[in-house]
Design a protein around this ligand. Structure first.
Ligand SMILES: Cc1cc2nc3c(=O)[nH]c(=O)nc-3n(C[C@H](O)[C@H](O)[C@H](O)COP(=O)(O)O)c2cc1C
Length: 409
């Protein structure tokens, strides 16, 4: 039996909401949206299964705030109340047993694939390097009026989430999407009040937070997932990250989920530094350092595979521990951890054995999406699903366009 009492304790957030334990399901894009970007009915099955699995918080996959800017086929989009009934079904299933369900809100900025979008926008008109430029176009620089309209959109989506019965919202501020592009001096080279100094680069995220907080009121959890660093030359670094976290703490954010990386440097999936990816908790060092400077509540996500690793994260100062891929194959993992069982995550590197196919198939993403599709249709996940079989399933389920390069994570 493991002593996991530090994972079982309830947590009171600054807004007053109480989370029943310290395990958070991190956002995973489900690609379970209908062609008009409403949640499919199967979404409720997936989230009911997760709620029953013992989580304190489940964060949804990224929900887009603008249908002109999609990250993947099958994204859910919220611009108004047109899909309220479907959102209510999702919320009521995902909050069973007192699980908190937080909707992650996102705009991809320039990480919006060409085949899905007619035009992409970003803080600055800076394209990606060679490896990603065939999939992602050079963006157009946002005007100030457009920036202000996007900030309003985050608030609108948050108020619809609240009305539908979601318990909280999370800003996707990590992984190189729009908020993260604004924060990065490499991707944001604006000369106006939205670029330049860190204070200016962080203005967008602070305004997004304010817009959401105004929309949902003081008692609903508002969180952000943020990069500890971008792991890119000239990008958002650890010092910047801690400073922005201080500002968000002062502004009243309830919890910061720590991750890292972008499509160009996928640290969030453990694909950057070998020494880091080989142990549990890719961003553990950062959390230790951050806790010396900040008192904001932190959740750490990335690489956790055992109860011992999760307990260590709590001992290093993280108030919550996030899990993603494990929950696609072991949705009952939190209950097993909390029962003190010696459970180990079955997550492993996936490969068809042919590098080119692995790359085209974005296997690390599509294999997990196929597990979610099984859960959506009422089946249990199949951890033994082979890489080739996943490739065929994706082709049959979503067509060949799903293999076009879209996301790293
Ligand atoms: C299929 C898939 C989709 C993902 N979608 C998102 C997303 O929408 N938003 C997000 O913040 N992170 C997303 N991630 C990243 C995870 O939340 C998490 O940060 C990462 O997988 C590392 O955690 P893990 O080692 O427990 O899987 C996704 C990961 C996977 C595998």
């Amino acid at each position: 039996m493991n002593d996991v009492s530090c994972l079982a304790e309830p947590l009171t957030l600054p807004c007053g909401a109480v989370v029943k334990n310290r395990i958070l399901k991190s956002a995973m894009s489900e690609v379970l949206g209908t062609p008009s970007h409403a949640p499919q009915p199967g979404m409720a099955n997936v989230y009911r299964t997760w709620a029953q699995g013992g989580l304190g918080v489940a964060v949804t996959g990224n929900v887009m705030i603008d249908r002109r800017a999609l990250g993947e086929p099958g994204n859910v989009v919220i611009e108004d109340e047109r899909d309220l009934a479907a959102l209510q079904d999702w919320a009521s299933a995902g909050t069973e047993g007192g699980c908190q369900l937080w909707m992650q809100l996102n705009h991809p900025g320039k990480q919006a694939p060409k085949f899905l979008n007619t035009e992409t926008v970003a803080p600055s008109a800076i394209g990606f390097g060679k490896a990603l430029s065939t999939a992602f176009g050079v963006p157009r620089e946002l005007t100030e009026t457009e920036i202000e309209a996007l900030i309003v959109r985050y608030g609108t989506a948050a108020s619809v989430a609240k009305k539908a019965g979601f318990s909280g919202v999370q800003i996707h501020g990590a992984h190189g999407y729009l908020v993260s592009q604004f924060l990065s001096p490499r991707h944001n080279q604006r000369q106006d009040g939205w670029g330049g100094s860190l204070d200016n680069r962080a203005r967008f995220v602070r305004e997004v937070y304010r817009s959401i907080r105004d929309a949902v009121g003081p008692n609903m959890p508002v969180s952000i997932k943020m990069n500890s660093a971008d792991f890119q030359k000239g990008g958002f670094d650890e010092d910047d990250s801690m400073t922005v976290m201080t500002w968000l703490e002062e502004a009243g954010i309830d919890l910061i989920e720590v991750s890292g990386g972008t499509y160009e440097a996928p640290a969030m999936a453990g694909m950057v530094k070998r020494s880091t990816s080989e142990r549990e908790g890719y961003f553990l060092d950062f959390v230790g350092k951050a806790k010396e400077r900040l008192s904001v509540l932190l959740c750490i996500t990335g690489g956790f595979r055992t109860p011992a690793g999760m307990v260590q994260a709590r001992q290093e100062g993280a108030e919550m521990v996030g899990l993603a891929r494990t929950l696609c194959i072991q949705p009952g993992f939190p209950n097993q951890v909390l029962a003190g069982e010696d459970v180990v995550s079955g997550v492993k590197r996936l490969s068809t054995g042919v590098k080119a196919v692995d790359r085209i198939a974005t296997l690390e993403v599509t294999w997990y999406e196929n597990q979610l599709a099984r859960m959506a249709s009422g089946k249990a996940p199949n951890p033994r699903m082979g890489a080739w079989s996943s490739f065929a399933t994706t082709a049959a389920r979503m067509g060949l366009q799903s293999f076009r390069m879209r996301r790293a994570k």
